[in-house]
Design a protein. Structure first.
Length: 277
């Protein structure tokens, strides 16, 4: 009989400060440990080569937030926090030249797994790096995008936005989706208990899960809508649109705290469309 391995104790959920280094370390560890579950749970909804912006199911085919689909051909695109690179695979299928970047080795292994079985023609380079230090020369990309990648998890979003601005060519566009800031005022529950305000919208203290030694194992950072606008502008980008996708009737699927019930009443996602001059 193999020795019984004691189960790791549940991390403690709290609100406390978490700096750039601690947040990055926690994110990398959490996504490495949880990538398998994430892809098992959400892989079908995301599809192998669709570009889905959010749990509401908004698809780039209809949203065209990056520009008209037919204009993507030949463009260099950076996807940040790409996970298993589903969005990048869709971009490649449109004739773009995407690079999929993620902090998590295990998420990128899923990208490799899907690519190995993929029958489409598109192949996507994968890069493991932190969004706060992009390993690319200035002006390398025409477009950048991020579907819930990196920005909800970083302690210094302006640093990421400045990096994106640096690697974009003049006139380049960056579109990113994050949890809608108003959600931070409510419990992260899909049912009716997620409809009553339980915290201050103005409390920017990060949500942290920590282990027995007090080390962060998961971190999310809250920015108000105004903070996000100031972050974008402060990084030298222009905000050209802020999209709040409505919950569509066809989507009956819950995703954590995102559900048809809550989606019909309060926004769950904010998508920032930015450009550099
Ligand atoms: C919610 S998942 C989204 C993945 C993919 N865009 C999707 O829609 O499935 C967040 C991703 O961001 C990545 N991530 C978190 N912090 C990051 C950072 N600082 N730099 C780069 N990637 C990061 C995680 O590893 C994870 O793959």
């Amino acid at each position: 009989m193999p020795p019984e391995v004691p189960e790791a104790p549940e991390p403690e959920a709290t609100r406390r400060a978490a700096d750039v280094t601690e947040s990055s370390r926690a994110s990398r560890g959490w996504w490495d440990r949880n990538a398998d579950d994430y892809q098992r749970e959400h892989g079908t909804f995301l599809g192998d080569d669709r570009f889905v912006w959010c749990p509401e199911g908004l698809d780039e085919v209809e949203a065209e937030l990056l520009g008209p689909v037919e204009s993507l051909k030949g463009l260099d695109v950076l996807e940040i926090g790409a996970g298993a690179a589903q969005c990048s695979r869709w971009l490649a299928a449109q004739g773009a030249r995407p690079v999929a970047l993620d902090l998590s080795h295990r998420q990128l292994q899923h990208a490799r797994r899907i690519a190995a079985d993929y029958t489409g023609s598109a192949s996507v380079p994968l890069v493991q790096a932190d969004a706060g230090t992009l390993p690319f020369a200035d002006g390398s990309f025409d477009l950048a995008c991020s579907a819930y990648g990196a920005l909800p998890f970083v302690a210094d979003p302006v640093r990421v936005l400045r990096e994106v601005r640096r690697v974009l060519r003049p006139g380049g566009r960056f579109v990113f989706s994050v949890t809608h800031p108003i959600r931070w005022a409510f419990p992260d529950e899909p049912g009716p208990e997620g409809l009553s305000v339980s915290a201050s919208y103005f409390d920017r203290t990060p949500y942290v899960e920590q282990d027995e030694q007090g080390r962060a194992v998961y971190v999310e950072h809250h920015r108000t809508v105004g903070d996000r606008v100031r972050d974008v502008v402060g990084a030298g980008l222009r905000l050209v649109d802020l999209v709040e996708p409505e919950w569509p009737e066809w989507n009956t699927q819950e995703w954590g705290g995102w559900s048809p019930l809550r989606g019909s009443l309060i926004p769950g996602t904010a998508i920032f469309v930015c450009e550099r001059d």
